[in-house]
Design a protein around this ligand. Structure first.
Ligand code: ADP
Length: 211
């Protein structure tokens, strides 16, 4: 018998005896209690572009505004859920796929989920977008020139990548595919962290995600 996830066309042989369990409470009820419209605020950009910095500051701001959030951060996820994955292309794709599925569960729980991952490939970001309903995926392009990222080098990773100590490093020996039509585009070499946060908060207010 055919067995599909309700929002996906992917069929998997091991799903044959697994039935999607409908819960009594739905996303609408959970969101109403939290007084917000849940979504994924998906930060993408080069290492050192400012994804974690802005995502953290945004989460603090949303907390002040009484909103329910959760921040999924690249390094933290790689310490647990994705600790078995490396940095080759297939592992990077799987890394983002799992994060997308986790983010989708958060959205179902009524939470505004912020994610800070390089997520260099257009196709992977498109897959995550397709996992959730229209309007539930907000792509935030943290657009910082690689020269600035290298100069900042907050974790010393560019230095290691340039000396060959780290392989497949985005922007050095692995590509970064910039979003063509992100919902929000921030150039952090010309704006402050606070200005970036304010632009995102304005977007969320204008579009009715938060009040
Ligand atoms: P990423 O998560 O993209 O790898 P991080 O947020 O860890 O990047 O690091 C970005 C670094 O750049 C931090 O040290 C931060 O203080 C610095 N920085 C300087 N100006 C900005 C800005 N306008 N927006 C974001 N980060 C900035």
């Amino acid at each position: 018998m055919e067995n599909k996830h309700p929002t996906s066309n992917i069929q998997h042989p091991t799903l044959n005896n697994i039935v999607w369990h409908k819960t009594h409470l739905n996303q609408e009820a959970r969101s109403k209690l939290k007084n917000q419209k849940p979504c994924i605020v998906w930060f993408t950009g080069l290492s050192g572009s400012g994804k974690s910095t802005i995502a953290n500051a945004l989460e603090a701001k949303l907390y002040q505004l009484n909103h329910h959030t959760y921040l999924l951060d690249g390094d933290n996820i790689r310490h647990g859920l994705n600790r078995d994955l490396g940095f080759d292309e297939a592992s990077r794709v799987e890394n983002i796929r799992r994060i997308g599925e986790v983010a989708k569960l958060f959205v179902d729980s009524g939470v505004i989920v912020l994610t800070a991952f390089i997520s260099p490939f257009v196709s992977d970001r498109a897959i995550v977008r397709s996992l959730v309903e229209e309007g539930e995926f907000i792509e935030v392009f943290i657009d910082t020139p690689i020269e600035v990222c290298q100069q900042r080098d907050p974790k010393g990773l560019y230095q290691k990548a340039l000396s060959g100590e780290i392989k497949n490093f985005t922007g050095i020996d692995s590509p970064y595919e910039a979003p063509k039509k992100p919902e929000i585009h921030l150039k952090t070499d010309t704006i402050t962290v606070d200005e970036g946060v304010n632009q995102i908060v304005e977007y969320l207010k204008t579009k009715g995600y938060i009040c």
